[in-house]
Design a protein. Structure first.
Length: 323
């Protein structure tokens, strides 16, 4: 299954990195503070953690990093907390003290993994006129790592019908491994939205039937093509001209500003949480605990596109195998 490679899963969410790497490496430590996400993670990966005698921490800031098991790959879909870089330039600790990314750096300093695999929103590169991203890269380089980074879209690199651009950062402490690694090439999009949709039997809850609502009236006026993706943008509805799912967000279940909609044979509706996980490439046997829909939408929107992460992980493993 895997050649003794080990990874840790930080800011783990429901375990997207774990799904992508579980057939390539062994998870020896994970951390996630959100209690509902922890439920989903344990429902799907609890047996793996138990088999590997792995700790599942709730608050990474309270962990003694020296006790984290040795590992080859550190994975993290780390939060991009806004922080100001104005003022004195006194090194990374001064610039980012108190941010969660600094905890990743502390773990790297303590454990020295062979590879680092990070994911974040595309806008990380442009935050604070690019200064935030410069500090992130500099922090990794100051630890002795050589850094690759690229923005990949689930449409072009994951064969997923979702427009989801994310930045991926892959770093190595070996020049040879760094030189062997490359991000995967684009692949054709052969899947369609119907491959991710529940074509019948969707609960009435998801249908937009309250005609006293101005927003629902707008949906019924503007959504005219069946089995076509639309998105609600606060004050208007627009068709997705590529007929793919717009970027899933964490707040789409609570009236966010980019809510995917479609008209099926029964009416106009939102995506179900299960469909959102499908658009992220999660497997059919994904276990979703009995938690509120809002939490399920948040978990799907916060997750990583699994096929993209899996393809990058394949190339990381290839680069490390030759060490």
């Amino acid at each position: 299954m895997f050649d003794s490679f080990k990874f840790i899963d930080l800011f783990a969410g429901v375990g997207g990195f774990h799904f992508a790497l579980k057939d390539k490496a062994k998870c020896v430590f994970a951390a996630e503070w959100d209690s509902k996400a922890r439920q989903t993670y344990l429902a799907n990966h609890g047996k793996d953690l138990e088999a590997n005698n792995a700790t599942f921490a709730s608050d990474i800031t309270e962990v003694d990093y020296a006790t984290i098991p040795d590992h080859d790959i550190l994975c993290a879909g780390f939060p991009c907390q806004p922080f100001s870089l104005a003022g004195k330039r006194e090194g990374f600790k001064h610039d980012t003290q108190g941010t969660l990314f600094f905890n990743i750096i502390e773990i790297i300093e303590a454990k020295r993994p062979s590879a680092i695999f990070l994911e974040n929103v595309k806008n990380l590169r442009s935050h604070d006129k690019g200064n935030t991203f410069k500090v992130v890269i500099k922090a990794l380089e100051e630890q002795g790592y050589l850094v690759h980074h690229n923005v990949l879209n689930a449409l072009t690199h994951g064969n997923l019908p979702q427009n989801r651009e994310r930045i991926f950062i892959v770093a190595f402490n070996s020049e040879a491994a760094f030189s062997r690694f490359q991000f995967p090439d684009a692949i054709p999009l052969t899947s369609t939205i119907k491959d991710c949709l529940q074509l019948e039997g969707v609960d009435d809850y998801f249908y937009q039937t309250n005609m006293d609502s101005e927003s629902v009236k707008r949906m019924h006026r503007d959504i005219v093509k069946p089995w076509t993706m639309y998105q609600y943008r606060r004050h208007y509805v627009r068709e997705n001209m590529k007929n793919v799912c717009p970027t899933l967000t964490a707040n789409m279940g609570t009236g966010g500003h980019n809510v995917p909609l479609l008209m099926d044979d029964k009416g106009i509706r939102k995506l179900t949480p299960r469909e959102c996980f499908n658009f992220q490439g999660f497997p059919e046997d994904l276990i979703i605990p009995d938690i509120a829909n809002g939490h399920q939408y948040k978990q799907a929107g916060n997750s990583v596109p699994l096929p993209v992460v899996s393809r990058i992980a394949d190339n990381i493993i290839k680069a490390l195998k030759q060490e």
